[in-house]
Design a protein around this ligand. Sequence first.
Ligand code: BG6
Length: 477
Amino acid sequence: MSFPKGFLWGGATAANQYEGGWNEGGKGPSTADMLTNGTHTTPRKITRTWEDGLYYPNHTASDFYHHYKEDIALMGEMGFKVFRMSIAWSRIFPKGVEEEPNEEGLRFYDEVFDELHKQGMEPLVTISHYESPFYLTEKYNGWASRELVDLYVKYCNVIFNRYKDKVKYWLTFNEINCGTMPLGGYLGLGILNEGTTDFMNQKDDPQLRFQGLHHQFIASAKAVKLGHEINPDFKIGCMIAFMTSYPYSCNPKDVLKCQKEMQMGNYYCGDVQVRGEYPYFAKQYWKENNIQIQMEEGDEALLKEGTVDFYSFSYYMTNCVSTDPDLEGIGGNLIGGVKNPYLKASDWGWQIDPDGLRYTLNELYARYQVPLMVVENGLGAFDKLEEGNKVHDSYRIDYLREHIKCMEEAIEDGVDLIGYTPWGCIDLVSASTGEMGKRYGFVYVDSDDYGNGSFNRYKKDSFTWYKKVIASNGEDL
Ligand code: BG6
């Protein structure tokens, strides 16, 4: 048996895409609440107020806010050991700047954590998953301002103290490295520059983005230090969107281009958060892109003192990198790249590559030598609700099975992998397109792209399959 005893099997969600109740219980609007719906080919819009005639899918999402007991019972039935979720910052501090937190918001998460423990699960909490109070975007242009560091640490202080006996596993920022890409300006950093109207084509300012990332590194390091003071048993991790690139050919020009893309796209942030210092290649990138990082005295020491306990990442797909402009490109939520002739793709063009997960786990473990956790993975697909409220999602089972096999091989290779939480374990709203129809779950949520439906929950075929996988600790695939 390869999966170690105590392996953390579970599933993952994020408040903005799953919770709903966007203006209930004293919650303030978050950056995600300003995003309209879109499709694979129509980008989501970002609006500064809610416009008539536009639909904002994150407002209702999957309505976990009113279904949490039922949902947690379903996860318990599958045998989850861990449930990854996020706290909506604007449920705790509606504008982000208040002196006192919102007690009703705190109580909601108390109830959720109690329910999880009742069902035998550890919560794994992302402190900020692609959202911050929208007020902070209006007042400070989000993380472009250093003001957000103290506001985030104040928020952490409240939730760490409140939940110190209920939550052990924390992640400081979801997919922090999306801030190295123009799309991540608004998504991860809450930066909304004049003239941006559309999520896929933002008015980008690399100086603000990389300075914003520096602020997040400082905030993350401070949170790690603070968390360990509050409870030395806390395990606090980073979270990276890992998108392995292969050189398209053995042309050394392709190999070099690929290496550069891997450095800035995948390693830049993890290197800071695990090793406590900027990697050597950062300086050259800043120089080439005319970026000047404003560091305050003590920042370098702080980064060293606030390194994470483990490394977590999402893994969906890989791409190829080529210097040949005539090769066919691919889609993806954050990256493009060139089509790999050896791989098949999802309906959204994401190339499916289980072996790439084994490769990635080995690469990461060789580089960092800290425990690893795969906190997102899965297949976004159109599901069909059939007679008797059944969903026959054998394609999803195939995808997950192949990835689990490759994780098992990586463990045999010697990688210290401690957990696996497939994405959107109960259907939720897609981050890149805002669709409900791009489903990842073991549980079907009866709602369409416009929030029409009963919101009833139905078990898919993958539900029974995953339950068996967990019960056998990964033996029975
Ligand atoms: C990751 C994010 O990028 O991928 C999630 O952390 C997101 O928030 C997931 O939902 C899947 O992407 P999408 O665009 O299919 O929702």
